[in-house]
Every structure is written in structure tokens, then in C-alpha cells.
Design a protein around this ligand. Structure first.
Ligand SMILES: Nc1ncnc2c1ncn2[C@@H]1O[C@H](COP(=O)(O)OP(=O)(O)OP(=O)(O)O)[C@@H](O)[C@H]1O
Length: 901
């Protein structure tokens, strides 16, 4: 875009609207920044007056040139813009929006800021030009300095006036012919002043202008040929060029010399400028001619553009037609699709109809075929029957014909025979009469006749044989007929029987159904009755448990029974033990004490009598003993803690009673299993776990663990005070899923004890063994839960130290045994005498600590006091019996059932 101020203005500026860059014509690069010459000439006092004057004159001249050019350009522009072309309108239309120029104000000065914004180059100081133009200073060395024309050929020079790449291209395009302009730019623009003096002062301004004017027209082609405002750019540059080449030194010199010299100088300067003007004019003419070329080019382009538009319109029309065709085709395709779909549908309907028709035809054919088959079968049967009948008739007919034929033949033969005989007789008589002489001949003839008769007889025999055959045949046919008739009769009978059977079965099915319903009803009734009975049983069971435990409570929660083992054959010197009430329910035992000799010499013996809950004589069996304790075992299933222990001296039969093959432990577990199974019908399910530990020298050992760990593995006993249960930590617990498992447990425990035993120490005698059976039951019907524990304890043999004379390890064992037994007595004693809240010394021994919840108020305890039958053990026997009596006399609080609902 080109914008020019009024003709008489001081500043002219080439401004370009930013939007104009989109035109096809490549715009000229923005002019280099320039400052107002007026400002320079009028404001800056540092410039010599003569020089300023020369500037003014120069500007006036230039202004004139510009105005001429503007007239030409504007007319050209008007011509161009008035033509209706398809090209973008010239950028001149956007002049009013230019921030640089305002027509309302006439020629507006470009402010420094505006100028800066249009150039990347900083404006040089105003006096920069003068600073480098001292006339009195020596010129720089020619070798070091380059002429402006030389520098114009250097690529870097163009950068001075081209801050952007586009400007660079533009400048480079021009550099071959616009060296002078570069020189102007260096002066007019804000190119640093140190570049300005680099021009060769030897070259005059006229040379520069002339050089400028001699710029080849082809240089303008570098602007793209469509840039009509390039001449203005040249103008501006020419002005700058003028200023740049203004010989400041001469101006300075004039200022210092007299006036005539200055005038000469000015004239020279004016003439130079005029020459320059002439050159510029030529240049402008050239530009005008170029402009004409450009206009032609524009016209050409317009024509091409019009052609292209026409082509475009044709293409658009063709495109629209194609689109219409495509739409039509789509419509046709959719119509065809719809028709195809309709055809497919009708075809599928037809196929379905055909299928249905075919199916019905096939069914008809099958039906017809069936009927035909049925009919043919019936016809066949009928035919067979008919043939059979015909055969029978034929047979009858044949038989009848044969019979008739035979009878006729026989009759004929008889007749013939009779006739022949009569004839022969007549002939014989005739011959007798006639041929007496001929008797021999007649005899011969008779013989012949006889032979003939014999032949006839043979023939008759043959006929008879034939008749016999016919008869045989007839008989055979009759037999066949009879057989067929029999078969028919049999089949008919069978058919009848089958019909009767079907009839019977049909009638029987109804009877059976009725019977089944009756049975079902009876079964339902029986089930209901069974349910009622079960319910009643459950109630009975609950009542039984209640009553049973009431009885147990009445019997006391600690009971003592005494068992005297039998004497072995090898054992002599039996003690005198009596059983005063020798009935089936013995409760007393009397032991005859040692003989005592009085001072008078009388030998007396004292009888010690003891009464317990039950006394078992040596003849009693384990089964009898178990009968007495089975109720307690039942209590464990009912949710009680039960403790049964055997107390007595060594060899008194504790292990035999407790752990032998038919001892209390196997029997108790067997009973628990059978009872648990019985209770399953009442909704109870039990889980059973067994542990077996021993207390040896006040240490717990696991008898079900590995034998090598017997004295090494530490077992901890923990008490759950809330649940009143004892937990054995680190001890093996075996789930008892069958009574046979008890044998396994007992043999494993026995093996461990045997391994641990030494010759001098039978381990089983020197330790307390405790079999613990935990029973957890749950009733799925009533929702009851129970947790009981059965403890079966085989205590170590009690011994008196003075009697055993034990030393060393045995002494320690004995002391520990006696201590724990003493503690057991203390606990029982405390339980019997204690008021509520009194301390029970369970912790005084490992044994009582282990049995804490199985001794006392929450449990049922049974003590077997085992008695040796030997006199040698009498003292120990009496001690044991006394201890047992003490326990027996103890009343321990009421047991509590561990049940939940
Ligand atoms: N009721 C009995 N019938 C037959 N034999 C018995 C009976 N009671 C014990 N015996 C036998 O007496 C012997 C000693 O019995 P047992 O080992 O049971 O005594 P113990 O009190 O366990 O001895 P320890 O305290 O040393 O273990 C064994 O041989 C045993 O078979």
C-alpha cells in the first residue's frame, strides 16, 4: 500500500496495511524506518544551518518528484482499481485504517514510536550523520573502506534495511541495481551512523543518482511484476540516498567560508539534484512503462481468472449434475433394495407355503400309504384265509373225490369180479358140461384164468395200496387241518387270555392305585406319628437328662468307689479284706489290720471298715465298674465336666481299671460314640477330640507326641475363665472319628511311656496320666449347644517314703507324686469346706492346675480308690482308704451344665 501526504508535505511515508499481505501481488517490503526530515532540519540545532537549508531545498525538489509520481500512480491505481477484476482490491482502500497516515490531517508526521514499530532497527541519534561527516577529518583508508556501490553488492548490507526475511528477499532482489538506495537508507533510516561514512566520498551524489537511474529495468521484475508501488519505495530510498550522500563536510565547510562559496555550492548541489531529478524522472517513465506491462499482466491474469472461474462454474455445474445423478442412483438403489427385499419376502412366503404344502402332502401320502399298507395287510390276511379255506375245501373235495373214486372202483371191481366169477362159473359149468373131455384144457384154461385172476388180484392189491396212500394223504391233510384248527383254537384262547389279562390288569391298576393311595395315606400318618414320637422322644430325652443329672447331683458331685483287685497266683500273704454287704450293690469294705499283742499277751486284730458309694470286690469285672460310671460319662455328653480318677498305691490296679483293653477309657469312648450316634436321630451332632498328657515330676508331657519329645516339648496349660475350659497348648489333639481311634491313642501313649521308662523306673507308675476327651455337641432342631469334658486320670502310685526307701531320682519322683496327691487332697478338702469365694489351691501342683475345671463346683468327680489285696500293702491300703473316706465325706457344690441355646 502506498500512502502519500499532501504534495507540500515534508514527510512521505509508504505504509502498508497488514491485511494487504494476502493479495496475490507480493507487496513491497516496508520502507526502512525514517524520521521526519522536518524534525531533523527544524528541531535539531546541531545540524549546520547551511546543510539544513540544502536539505530543505532538496526536500522540495524531491517532493515535487514525488507529487509527479503520485499523480502518475494515483491515476494508474485508479485505472487499475476501477476495473472489475477478480483480484483482491488494492490495498489503498484500507488507507484510512493505517496507523501511520491520516488523510484528515494531511501529511502526518510519523512519530518515532510508529517508525520504530515499523522497523527492527533502532533509530540512530539525530546527529549521527553529522558526527561522521566532519569535513576536516581525514577520510579513512581506501583499502579499509568500501564504496557504497561495493557494499551494495555485499549481502550483509541489505540487512540494514531489511529486518524481516521478506524484506531481505526484497532487498537482495534489488541489490544489484540499488546500491545508491542503500546508501540513502543508511542516512535516512536509523541505520547506525558508522555505516554512513563508508560510502566513497569520491563518488558524487549525481553519480549515485545516475547509478540509481541506470538500474536495469529487470530489477523491478524482482518485485514480482505486480508491485505497482515500487517506485514510491524508490523515491523514499532516493531521498534517503540524497541525504545519506549529502556531503556534510562541505556543508560544514560552507558554514565556515563566505557566502559566495556557499551559493556556488548550493547551485552545484541544486544542479546535481536536478540531474538526479531527471534521472528519477526517467526512472519513473520506465516504471510507468513497466506499470503498463504489469497492467497487461493483470489483465492477462484477470482473463485467466475469468476462464478459471468459468471452468470452476462448469465443474460446479457438472458436480451438481453428478450429485443429482448420484441422488437418483441412490434412490434407484434403495428402490431396487426395497423391491429385492419385497421379492425376498414374497419368495420366503412362497417357500414357506411350498414347505407347508409339501409337508401336508407328505403327511397325506404317509397317511395314504399307511392306509394302503393296512388295507393290503388286511387283504393279504383275507387272501391267506381265503386260500386256506379254498385249500381246505380243495382238500375236502379231493378227499371226497378220491373216496368216491375208490368206492366206485371198488364197486366196479367187485361188480366185475362178480360178473367175471359168475361168467367163469357159468363157463366152467358149461365147460364141465360141454368139455368133460376137455377137462385138462379146461383146467389149463382155468389155470390161465386163475393166473389172470391173480393178476387181477395183484391189480386189486395195487389199487388197494393206492387207496391206502390216498387215505394216508387224507389222514395227513386231516391232521394238518386239525393242527391248524388246534392252532387257531390256541391262538384264540391266547387272544382271549390276553384280553382277559388286559382287562384284569386294567382293573388291577385301579385297585393298585387305590391301594397305593391308602398306603401313602397310612405312610403319611405313620410319618406324622413318628414325628410326634420323635418329638416326644426329644422331650423325654431332655427330661431324662434333667432327671439323670438331678440323680447325679443327689448322689453328690464327688463320689468315691473302691475296687479291690484280685490276688495273682504268684502272690502270697493276702490281706484280710471283707465285704460286709456282699450283695450286688456293695458299699462297704473292711480291712483287717495288723495283729496287735496286748500286754496281757492277747493277740487282737482290728477291723477297719469303710463305706463308699460303691465297693467292687476282686471278682468284679471292668464291665460292672463301667456300669456304675456310665451315667457320669453320659453327663459329659450332656455338657458337664466330668473327672474320673484312680487313686491307690503302686500295683493296686489303677492302670488295669482305667487303660486296659476293656478299661474305663475304651468303654467310655465307646459309650460316647454309641450315645452320640443315638442322639443324632434327635438332632445332636458331636465333635470329639482326645488328648493324652502326663504329669511327671511336675512337668506336663504329651503322650501323643513323638517319643523323643516326651521330656523336651513343653506343654502349657491355659484356662479360659469365661468358658471355664482348659486349653492345652502345644499338645497333640486327635479328632476321634471312631471308637477304634482310642486303641491307637492308648497304644501310642503306652509306647511313649515305655520308651521313657528305665529298668529302675516304670514310667507309668511314676507319673499321672490324664486322658482328656472334649465333647462339643449341637442340636440342629432345638438349637441347643453343649460343651463337656471327660477327664480320665490314672494317678501315680502313692507311696510312703519310709516304706519305699527311695533315693535320688526315685526320691524326687516320690516326693513330687506325694506332693501332687497331697495337693489333690487339699483341693478336694478346700472345695468341700470352702465357702463361696474362698481360695482353692489349684496352682499348688501341676495335677490340680490341669484339673481345675474338672474338680469343683462346675464338674462331676468320681474317685476310684484302688486296693491291693496283699498284706504287705496293708498300711498303704489303709492310708488310701482313709484318704478316700475323707474325699467321700466332702460335699462339693452343685455341678453346672455347660449348655447354651
Ligand atoms: N481287677 C483286676 N483283675 C485282674 N488283674 C488285675 C486287676 N487289677 C489289677 N490287675 C493286675 O495287677 C497288676 C497291677 O495292676 P496295675 O498295673 O493296673 O496297677 P497300678 O495301680 O496301675 O500300678 P502302677 O501304679 O504301678 O501303675 C497288673 O498285672 C494287672 O493286670
Amino acid at each position: 500500500m502506498t500512502s502519500v501526504g499532501p504534495r507540500k508535505g515534508v514527510v512521505f511515508t509508504f505504509a502498508r496495511h497488514p491485511n494487504s499481505g494476502s493479495t496475490q501481488q507480493k507487496p513491497p517490503p516496508p520502507p526502512p524506518p525514517s524520521t521526519s526530515p522536518r524534525r531533523r532540519t527544524t528541531v535539531n540545532p546541531s545540524i549546520p544551518r547551511r546543510e539544513q537549508h540544502a536539505h530543505v531545498r532538496f526536500i522540495l525538489v524531491v517532493d515535487t518528484i514525488v507529487s509527479i509520481t503520485l499523480d502518475m500512480d494515483s491515476s494508474t491505481e485508479n485505472q487499475v482499481t476501477s476495473k472489475p477484476t477478480g483480484l483482491r482490491p488494492p490495498t489503498k482502500i484500507q488507507l484510512p485504517s493505517s496507523p501511520v497516515l491520516s488523510r484528515s490531517n494531511g501529511l502526518t508526521e510519523m512519530t518515532a514510536a510508529a517508525a520504530n514499530s515499523r522497523s527492527a532497527m533502532a533509530p540512530p541519534p539525530l546527529n549521527a550523520a553529522t558526527k561522521h561527516k566532519p569535513s576536516n577529518l581525514p577520510e579513512p583508508d581506501a583499502k579499509q573502506r568500501k564504496t557504497l556501490a561495493e557494499r551494495a553488492g555485499e549481502p550483509h548490507n541489505s540487512k540494514i534495511a531489511a529486518p524481516s526475511s521478506s524484506r531481505q528477499a526484497y532487498t537482495n532482489g534489488r541489490q544489484g541495481s540499488a546500491n545508491g538506495a542503500n546508501g540513502f537508507s543508511a542516512s535516512m533510516s536509523r541505520v547506525p551512523s558508522n555505516r554512513a561514512p563508508k560510502h566513497n566520498p569520491g563518488k558524487s551524489l549525481g553519480n549515485s543518482v545516475g547509478h540509481h537511474g541506470s538500474r536495469a529495468p529487470s530489477a523491478h521484475n524482482n518485485y514480482g511484476g505486480a508491485r505497482p508501488k515500487s517506485s514510491y519505495s524508490n523515491h523514499q530510498r532516493s531521498k534517503s540516498h540524497h541525504q545519506s550522500y549529502r556531503p556534510a563536510t562541505s556543508m560544514t565547510h560552507h558554514a565556515q567560508n563566505d557566502e559566495p562559496e556557499r551559493k556556488v555550492y548550493d547551485d552545484a548541489r541544486v544542479s546535481s539534484l536536478e540531474a538526479q531529478f531527471q534521472a528519477l524522472r526517467e526512472q519513473m517513465e520506465t516504471d510507468v512503462s513497466k506499470q503498463g506491462n504489469l497492467k497487461e499482466s493483470i489483465k492477462l491474469y484477470e482473463t485467466k481468472n475469468a476462464e478459471l472461474e468459468a471452468t470452476c462454474t462448469q465443474y460446479r455445474t457438472a458436480l451438481d449434475e453428478h450429485k443429482t445423478d448420484i441422488r437418483d442412483l441412490r434412490g434407484l438403489v434403495s428402490t431396487a433394495n426395497m423391491e429385492l427385499e419385497a421379492l425376498r419376502r414374497s419368495h420366503s412366503f412362497e417357500v414357506d407355503d411350498l414347505r407347508r404344502k409339501h409337508r401336508s402332502e407328505v403327511e397325506d401320502l404317509e397317511d395314504r400309504n399307511r392306509k394302503i399298507t393296512e388295507r393290503s395287510r388286511r387283504d393279504n390276511d383275507e387272501e391267506v384265509r381265503k386260500v386256506q379255506r379254498e385249500l381246505e375245501l380243495e382238500a375236502e373235495r379231493t378227499l371226497k373225490a378220491h373216496s368216491e373214486q375208490l368206492a366206485e372202483m371198488e364197486k366196479r371191481l367187485k361188480t366185475e369180479l362178480e360178473e367175471e366169477r359168475a361168467k367163469r362159473l357159468q363157463e366152467a359149468q358149461e365147460f364141465q358140461a360141454e368139455f368133460v373131455a376137455k377137462l385138462r384144457d379146461a383146467g389149463v384154461e382155468a389155470d390161465a384164468k386163475n393166473r389172470e385172476a391173480q393178476l387181477l388180484q395183484g391189480e386189486l392189491t395195487n389199487v388197494k395200496a393206492e387207496l391206502d396212500r390216498e387215505r394216508t394223504l387224507k389222514n395227513g391233510l386231516q391232521a394238518q387241518l386239525t393242527e391248524s384248527a388246534t392252532l387257531t383254537l390256541t391262538l384264540e384262547a391266547s387272544n382271549k387270555a390276553m384280553k382277559e389279562k388286559i382287562h384284569f390288569l386294567e382293573s388291577d391298576s385301579q385297585a393298585q392305585s387305590t391301594e397305593f393311595n391308602n398306603l401313602h395315606a397310612r405312610m403319611q400318618k405313620a410319618i406324622e406319628e413318628a414325628e410326634l414320637a420323635n418329638e416326644k422322644l426329644r422331650q423325654e430325652e431332655t427330661l431324662r437328662r434333667k432327671l439323670h443329672n438331678q440323680v447325679q447331683e443327689l448322689k453328690g458331685n464327688i463320689r468315691v468307689m473302691c475296687r479291690v483287685r484280685p490276688k495273682h497266683d504268684a502272690e502270697t500273704d493276702p490281706a484280710k479284706i471283707e465285704f460286709p454287704d456282699s450283695d450286688a450293690d456293695s458299699k462297704e469294705v473292711a480291712v483287717k489290720g495288723p495283729e496287735k499283742t496286748s500286754a496281757m499277751g492277747n493277740v487282737t486284730t482290728q477291723m477297719y471298715s469303710y463305706a463308699f458309694d460303691r465297693v467292687f470286690s476282686p471278682a468284679s469285672q471292668n464291665s460292672e465298674v463301667f456300669e456304675e460310671i456310665s451315667q457320669l460319662v453320659q453327663s459329659a455328653l450332656d455338657g458337664y465336666n466330668v473327672c474320673i480318677f484312680c487313686y491307690g498305691q503302686t500295683g493296686s490296679g489303677k492302670t488295669f481299671t482305667m487303660s486296659s483293653q476293656d478299661g474305663m477309657i475304651p468303654r467310655a469312648t465307646a459309650q460316647i460314640y454309641s450315645e452320640a450316634q443315638r442322639l443324632e436321630a434327635k438332632g445332636w451332632r458331636y465333635q470329639m477330640e482326645g488328648s493324652f498328657v502326663e504329669v511327671y515330676n511336675e512337668t506336663y508331657n504329651d503322650l501323643l507326641g513323638r517319643s523323643e519329645d516326651l521330656d523336651k516339648k513343653k506343654i502349657e496349660v491355659r484356662h479360659d475363665t469365661a468358658k471355664k475350659q482348659t486349653v492345652l497348648e502345644n499338645a497333640v489333639s486327635v479328632p476321634l472319628d471312631g471308637p477304634d481311634r482310642v486303641e491307637e491313642i492308648l497304644s501310642r501313649a503306652d509306647k511313649n511311656r515305655t520308651v521313657a521308662a528305665t529298668k529302675a523306673n516304670m514310667r507309668s507308675s511314676r507319673s499321672h496320666s490324664v486322658f482328656i476327651l472334649k465333647l462339643r455337641g449341637e442340636n440342629s432342631i432345638t438349637g441347643e449347644k453343649s460343651e463337656g469334658t471327660l477327664n480320665l486320670v490314672d494317678l501315680a502310685g502313692s507311696e510312703r517314703l519310709e516304706h519305699s526307701k527311695a533315693e535320688g531320682a526315685r526320691l524326687k519322683e516320690t516326693q513330687n507324686i506325694n506332693k501332687s496327691l497331697s495337693c489333690l487332697g487339699d483341693v478336694i478338702n478346700a472345695l468341700g469346706s470352702a465357702k463361696e469365694g474362698t481360695h482353692i489351691p489349684y496352682r499348688n501342683s501341676k495335677l490340680t492346675y490341669l484339673l481345675q475345671y474338672s474338680l469343683g463346683g462346675n464338674s462331676k468327680t468320681l474317685m476310684f480308690v484302688m486296693v491291693s489285696p496283699l498284706q504287705a500293702h496293708l498300711q498303704e491300703t489303709v492310708t488310701s482308704l482313709k484318704f478316700a473316706t475323707k474325699v467321700h465325706n466332702t460335699h462339693i457344690g452343685t455341678a453346672k451344665k455347660q449348655t447354651k441355646t
